[in-house]
Structures are given as structure tokens and as C-alpha cells.
Design a protein around this ligand. Structure first.
Ligand SMILES: [Cu+2]
Length: 324
């Protein structure tokens, strides 16, 4: 009996390593499969989930030169929000001509002085130290110029920091090392991440390299949007030049920025705060859709276009006992 027990135990000990090896092999086989399916899921995250009946609107093609930098361009990109247009006007129509005129005037005065009052032409220099008229002039004129600049520029600052209206669409933007996460809390769309497309995929889909992403931030045209911006690890900055958006994404802090996009299109931006080695490779792509198409997109993601807050309010109203 004792012999039988010992031989059984010995046999078990002999086959035990086989079980361990086969278990490890299964685990190793399963691991890459899981990662692969994970990345496929990430690639296809923009596409509607199979269970959802509503298809997402077709991916919009960008227009060359719109919402992206143009070759050999300098100055501010064409703007597609009201504050952006106001800012561009201030820069192009007000500031640039004033700066140019002042620079040319100072240059001309200096050249005149250098030539007219050089030692050969003016051997005995004047000892004048005061000229009340000129002193008043060079004080009052700059004050007037500054006042002219201050009025539109202060109104632009006020406009930029104006809180979003109550019916604004809230989007939570989170900066990660090195990609962006977007969430629509009121519509019930959980956070999805947006990664840069590799160059061959970007070029194949007719999009600018280093700016194209897999999952775009989809937004409606003509409706106020409230971005709640934060960072998950280090400070990033959410910036889309053609929509006049630039706001730091700071960990542990919620920054707010509100805009209204005026025209459907694809608008590109980049992280604008040095955030680590792949700082240059976390672009932003916004796809602005007409309201009906945006609602369709929300449904395709399993969300509620009317917003949960509104639905909840309606439910509360229905549940409340009628007052007599
Ligand atoms: Cu960043």
C-alpha cells in the first residue's frame, strides 16, 4: 500500500512540470492575441460598435489650406470662430499697420538724423535740451495709439473668457503622454482616445502628416461648445489655431474654454506645451458637423443627443406630483 502511494506521488511529480509548461504556453499565446485585438479595437473605435444600429456619418475629407497651415504662410490662419475673426482683424488691420508705420517713422527719423546732423554737415551741435511742444506730442500721440489698441483688445479678452451659455455642449478634454482623450458627459459618451495616424495612413486618406488622427473630436457647427480641459500626467496645452483655441491642460485642475464653430470642416491643432519626448506627436483633429449629422454621430456612439441632464430633468418633471 505504502509502495503504491509513493509510486503514485512520484508519477504525479513527474508529470507536474508538463502541466506548468503547457499552462505557460497557453498564457504566452493568449497575451499577443489580446494586445492585437486591443489595438484593432483602438483603430476601429471611430467606427460604430456592431450592436449600435445608427451608422456614424462618413469621415469628412479635409479641405487643403482650411483648418491647417498653408505652405509658405505666415501670419494667423484663416479663422472659423467669432473670437478668432475678431483677433485676426485686430492683428491684421490694427496692430500690423500701426507697428509698421511706427517702425518706418523711427527708421526715417534715425536716417535723417544720421545724415543731417553728421559731423561734416553740422560741426557745431545744438545745445537745445527742451522743447515743450515736441515733448507733449511724443507723450500724447503714443497714449492715443495705446487707447485705440486697448478698446478692441480688452473686448477680445472679455469675449475669450466669457463663460459658455447653459445650452452649450460640454466636452471633457484630457491630455495624456502622448495622446488626447475626449468625453461627452451629458450625452453619455465615455472617454475615447485619439492617437496620431502613422504617415502612410495619413497620406493615404489625404490628410496632413503629423496632424491626422485615428479618432477625431466630433463637434456640432453653430452651437456653443464648452471645453473642460485637464491633464492626466504632465501639463499639455489644447490648441487649434484656426478656431482660436489655446488652453493649458493642467493635472488636478479644470480649465474652461468656450467656442462656437461657424463652418463644417476638419480643423487641426497640436499640443502646445512641451510635455515630453513625443510632444510633437499628439495632434488634435476636430471634425465640425452640421447639427443633424452631429446628432447622428452621437447616436452612433450609443449616446443621447438631447443630453442626459435634459432627459433627467424631463423625467423629474414627469415624476413630480401635479400641484393642485
Ligand atoms: Cu502634450
Amino acid at each position: 500500500m505504502k509502495n503504491l502511494k509513493s509510486s503514485l506521488l512520484a508519477a504525479l511529480l513527474m508529470v507536474a512540470p508538463l502541466f506548468v509548461v503547457s499552462h505557460q504556453a497557453t498564457a504566452q499565446e493568449a497575451a499577443p492575441a489580446a494586445t492585437e485585438s486591443g489595438s484593432v479595437a483602438a483603430d476601429n473605435a471611430a467606427a460604430p460598435v456592431e450592436a449600435v444600429a445608427v451608422p456614424a456619418p462618413a469621415r469628412m475629407k479635409p479641405t487643403q489650406g482650411i483648418g491647417m497651415p498653408r505652405a509658405a504662410e505666415f501670419g494667423i490662419q484663416e479663422q472659423f470662430s467669432k473670437t478668432g475673426q475678431q483677433a485676426r482683424w485686430i492683428h491684421d488691420v490694427l496692430l500690423l499697420p500701426i507697428i509698421t508705420a511706427i517702425s518706418l517713422l523711427v527708421l526715417a527719423l534715425m536716417l535723417y538724423i544720421v545724415v543731417r546732423y553728421r559731423r561734416a554737415a553740422n560741426p557745431t551741435p545744438s545745445k537745445t535740451s527742451h522743447n515743450t511742444f515736441i515733448e507733449i506730442l511724443w507723450t500724447v500721440v503714443p497714449v492715443i495709439i495705446l487707447l485705440i489698441i486697448a478698446v478692441p483688445s480688452i473686448s477680445l479678452i472679455a469675449e475669450q473668457y466669457k463663460p459658455a451659455p447653459k445650452d452649450a455642449l460640454t466636452v471633457k478634454v484630457t491630455g495624456y503622454q502622448w495622446y488626447w482623450g475626449y468625453e461627452y458627459p451629458d450625452q453619455g459618451i465615455p472617454e475615447f482616445v485619439s492617437n496620431m495616424l502613422p504617415p502612410e495612413k495619413a497620406l493615404a486618406s489625404g490628410e496632413p502628416n503629423l496632424l491626422a488622427v485615428d479618432n477625431r473630436l466630433v463637434l456640432p457647427v453653430g452651437r456653443p461648445i464648452k471645453f473642460i480641459i485637464t491633464g492626466a500626467d504632465v501639463i499639455h496645452a489644447f490648441a487649434v489655431p484656426s478656431l482660436w483655441v489655446k488652453m493649458d491642460a493642467v493635472p488636478g485642475r479644470l480649465n474652461e474654454k468656450s467656442i462656437t464653430i461657424e463652418k463644417p470642416g476638419v480643423y487641426y491643432g497640436q499640443c502646445s506645451e512641451l510635455c515630453g519626448v513625443k510632444h510633437a506627436f499628439m495632434p488634435i483633429a476636430i471634425e465640425a458637423l452640421p447639427p443633424e449629422q452631429f446628432d447622428q454621430w452621437v447616436r452612433s456612439q450609443g449616446g443621447n443627443p438631447a443630453g442626459q441632464a435634459k432627459t433627467q430633468a424631463a423625467a423629474n418633471d414627469a415624476a413630480a406630483p401635479a400641484e393642485i
